[in-house]
Design a protein around this ligand. Structure first.
Ligand code: DQA
Length: 138
């Protein structure tokens, strides 16, 4: 079975409560349960952290053995050279995802340190962005 990690960055633990007009009403844990059932031919795991170094440690931990990482680095997308370097360092392909269309929002959200080192980028499809990324690994 293919192993795929969904990795979420800061504030995404508040999905469902956080700015629902942008990010929707569903909690990520509820969403994760539905996709685990739907994509039961792959081994899906999920990790979230508000701490940059913990995200980097997780990338190092799975980045030479997993088949794919679906990464929503949230605000670190726009700030973290270290996350970009971590992705460059591993062999597992990373798909960058965003719930909102970052290009229709503030200018500081238009730049990503992840995009140049990602296999692909999926932006603006709500939680479906994660599913499209998973499908790309199947
Ligand atoms: C986000 C977009 C980022 O700009 C923002 O900082 C987030 C969420 C998204 O999924 O739309 O926290 O990554």
């Amino acid at each position: 079975m293919k192993k795929i990690l969904i990795l979420n960055g800061p504030n995404l633990n508040l999905l469902g409560k956080r700015e629902p007009e942008i990010y929707g009403n569903l909690t990520f844990t509820d969403f994760f349960e539905t996709i685990k059932e739907k994509y039961n031919t792959v081994e899906l795991s999920y990790f979230q952290s508000n701490i940059e170094g913990e995200l980097i440690n997780k990338i190092h931990e799975v980045g030479f053995s997993y088949d794919g990482i679906v990464l929503n680095a949230a605000a670190y997308t726009h700030t973290s050279v270290a996350l970009g370097d971590a992705i460059k360092a591993i062999t597992t392909p990373v798909i960058e995802v965003h719930i909102s269309n970052t290009f229709s929002r503030e200018a500081f959200r238009h730049h990503s340190y992840i995009s140049p080192v990602a296999k692909g980028v999926i932006v603006g499809f709500g939680l479906q962005s994660y599913e499209l990324a998973i499908q790309s690994f199947l």
